[in-house]
Design a protein around this ligand. Sequence first.
Ligand code: MLC
Ligand code: AMP
Length: 622
Amino acid sequence: MSLARTRLGRTLGSRILHLHSPFTLTTPNSRSLFNNKISLVSGLRMASSLPKLPVFEAIVRHDPNSTAVIHSRSGRRFQYGELLGDVAKVRNQLYEKAGRNDLDGERVAFLVENSYDYVVTLLAILAAKSIAVPLSPAFPASELQYIINHSEALMLLASNRFTPKAQEVLQTDLDSEPILLQLNKFQGGSAHENITLEKTGPGAAGMMLYTSGTTNRPKGVLIPQAAMNAQARSLIQAWEYTPEDHLLHVLPLHHIHGTINAIFTPLFSGSTIEFMFPFNADAVWKRFAAPFLTPDQTYDPVKTGQERITFFTAVPTIYSRLLSTHKGLDPEMQSATRTAISPTNLRLSISGSAALPTPIKRAWAELSMGNVLLERFGMTEVGMALSCGLDVNDRVDGSVGWPLPGVEARLVDVDTHQVIEKGQEKDADGRERVGEIQLRGPTIFAEYWRNPDATTKEFVESKDGKGMWFKTGDVAVRRPVEGAGKSEAPTQKDWTKGDMYFILGRKSADIIKSGGEKVSALEVEREMLSLPQVAEVAVLAVPSGKWGQKVGAVVILDKEHCTKWTPLEMRRALKDRLASYKIPQVLRVVDHIPRNAMGKINKKMLVKEVFQDDFSGDEMGL
Ligand code: MLC
Ligand code: AMP
């Protein structure tokens, strides 16, 4: 046992076990306990067998020598052939550490960086038929404490890098103590093992993502693996992922966008996932350009040692940052990056998680010499639901397209509460009818964890007996678009037909989308009200060119505590309570917040009154 490891073991106490050295134990007591556990599970040490989940069946079929994952900065590569062997190892270690050979339906939280290790960990938890709860390492311990308590996590897995963070969380006041397991890093080059897929069924395997909503604490969205598979299949059909796709991954991994669209689905298709996180515009431009930095700027993966990026999926803020930094690149880089993102090289660039402003879409198309961003609409609870089509004519400005394969969508009139049937998109006066988007199908989540009331509230019964509809809270109109959904091109699919959906906004003013991150105004208000400085507060969505929306706070100070409060002081006060993107970017201190007779604040009016000055000067800088 190395000195460093002994020290680390001591610091963590007897709860820790190093994954790749399962016999390295930290205390004599834990050794005997552990040995007992080994014998209990020894019959299950099936390094070469996994349950027959569709994702494993797909991975087994891929060329074992093809690249599954690349770490962009180090250049380290991991092949499809090594993936399932590594998954089986980690799955077995979960059993060993838990001292149980059945983790069916248990929640396993994990703090692992964007890497091959994250992919292996996620799949290993599914292989154990458990529910994977990915945590954001950027969250303060108090937010992670909430998730661990709420999900009743049996285990907390942490990479070496995030073990200190995991320890910090374990030192908070937890309802129960999850078993901590430190995962060592895979270096690449594991043997290609023959993995047997056993017909044991998926059990309760799935993923649970925490999302802010109209309640003051985030909700756990339970996505069974069957829904994860349905989401992946739908996207493969719509966006045609292939083994030739090379995806540059710049997104956080505790959201549906970064996990299902950019990990789970590419794994189904045998695509390559290259991790480059956190997002940095200069680094992304350099990576795009790399395979084209040849004397005549032709694509040369052999000489440059870099394959081209064919697939990129991001939020509008990321495209906006890329556009505004491009001007600062030197001429050679400008030219190479333009070639790299042109449609011949970058097969598909997708925008979603927030409304795509048309100026960003146009500027990207111009810079890339014709790559029109494909916009789609999704949600943690439903995966991807609506999408524009692969055909360029089907990427209509301002529209999120059509229901994806396998997804059923309808609009329910926000005024009359009637379903807006096909052909009834206009009222008697010829005005467009605005409706809430409701969805159903195999891609939809199962429930809000331990929250039957919220689950019941967000689903409505159907009249046709074909299943309940999920209420998204997003409002839209449907209209025909000349020339869209009509192409005979081979990429045209049956789902890109009929009227297209255009999102207008959300029903609730209490949900803010900033840089693709969802923020609950109520959650922020709750934390602010617990500060001694704050007597009253309203948290609002302030329109922003750069972020889509910014979190804004209108505050009445508690004069007994302070008479002045700066944005910096506010940020400092909230730093340990809220993830940084939830902390208001703009603050106004006022003497009075107008309320109606019911005591309610009209946030849509208040934002106009108070933040008028912030609406300008925050353009995208394209
Ligand atoms: C970071 N900051 C934000 C922010 N992200 N503030 C508001 N909104 C955000 N989204 C804060 C940081 O905490 C920091 O504050 C300051 O801004 C500058 O940080 P930065 O380093 O410049 O920001 P960066 O790390 O580059 O992040 C920006 C970003 C990131 C756009 C790359 O927010 C991001 O990856 N967003 C994507 C989120 C996502 O994947 N959403 C999908 C959800 S699923 P300070 O005070 O510390 O300086 C979903 C369904 C669907 O929506 O349809 O896909
Ligand atoms: P989240 O809860 O973080 O998964 O965010 C889901 C929400 O993001 C949706 O309910 C929408 O409000 C918003 N959203 C996602 N994609 C789009 C889009 N293309 N246009 C507008 N809003 C979007």
